[in-house]
Write a protein that binds this ligand. Structure first.
Ligand code: ADP
Ligand code: AMP
Length: 215
């Protein structure tokens, strides 16, 4: 199954990806996680990417397309993949189609999680995640049993530096301008599935399962 999870920042893509991963044997490929790993490892690419991430802008297409292309060529993508946060521009979507065509594959479902903007702000500003296993929580909607500690691995829970103030606003603007056009891109391809993300995670997941079951 070759799936992409789309939607504005804070829509619940990572949360749904965790639920999907637990039920389907396909790798979860999050470009945001890949960039954050590069930042914490202090690689050259990470140092460059951080400038864009901290200001709420997108990392340039050339860099992003390159890392996804390498990742999709890995053995574990043979049975399919779950892309989260990629593509985010029409140029990335076109590049993805090309890369997949070379591998004899295509995007089977572009699942878009739709959430109103005021809720997105609340979700992003309350998001905390585990430094070690990356599990995502929310201070109000999905709080850990013990404050600041990951339920799953005991790791420290931290807030993302881009989940604050002006950066949140900028990310929503960038989404509207550069990523929202992808809805039309996939509608034209006939593989677009829109899902109301303003419900509980379990309700959203049920709809995603319906889509995946229909493929
Ligand atoms: P994305 O990957 O799209 O940026 P996340 O999955 O990280 O979004 O979710 C953003 C925040 O919203 C997290 O704190 C998460 O716990 C919370 N969240 C995700 N889905 C829901 C939901 N259906 N209802 C309430 N809060 C949610
Ligand atoms: P995310 O974790 O998906 O919210 O991504 C965090 C940040 O990483 C974004 O605000 C961008 O700066 C960068 N990023 C992640 N995915 C992409 C992408 N597909 N294209 C460009 N930048 C990206």
């Amino acid at each position: 199954m070759n799936i992409i999870l789309m939607g504005p920042p804070g829509a619940g893509k990572g949360t749904q990806a965790d639920l999907i991963k637990a039920n389907y044997p396909i790798p979860h490929i999050s470009t945001g996680d890949m960039f954050r790993d590069a930042v914490s490892n202090g690689t050259e690419m990470g140092i460059e990417a951080k400038k864009y991430m901290d200001s709420g802008r997108l990392v340039p297409d050339e860099v992003t397309i390159g890392i996804v292309q390498d990742r999709l060529n890995a053995q574990d993508c043979n049975q399919g993949f779950l892309l989260d946060g990629f593509p985010r521009t029409v140029k990335q979507a076109e590049a993805l189609d090309q890369v997949l065509a070379q591998l004899g594959k295509r995007v089977e479902a572009a699942i878009n999680i739709d959430v109103p903007e005021d809720i997105l702000v609340e979700r992003m500003t309350g998001r905390i995640s585990c430094k070690d296993c990356k599990t995502v929580y929310h201070l109000k909607f999905n709080a850990p049993a013990k404050e600041g500690v990951c339920d799953k691995c005991g790791g420290e829970l931290v807030q993302r530096s881009d989940d604050q103030g002006e950066t949140v606003k900028k990310r929503l603007e960038v989404y509207a301008e550069q990523t929202n056009p992808l809805i039309e891109y996939y509608q034209k391809q006939g593989n677009f599935y829109g899902i109301d993300g303003n419900r509980s995670s379990q309700e959203v997941f049920k709809d995603i399962e319906k889509v995946m079951g229909s493929l």
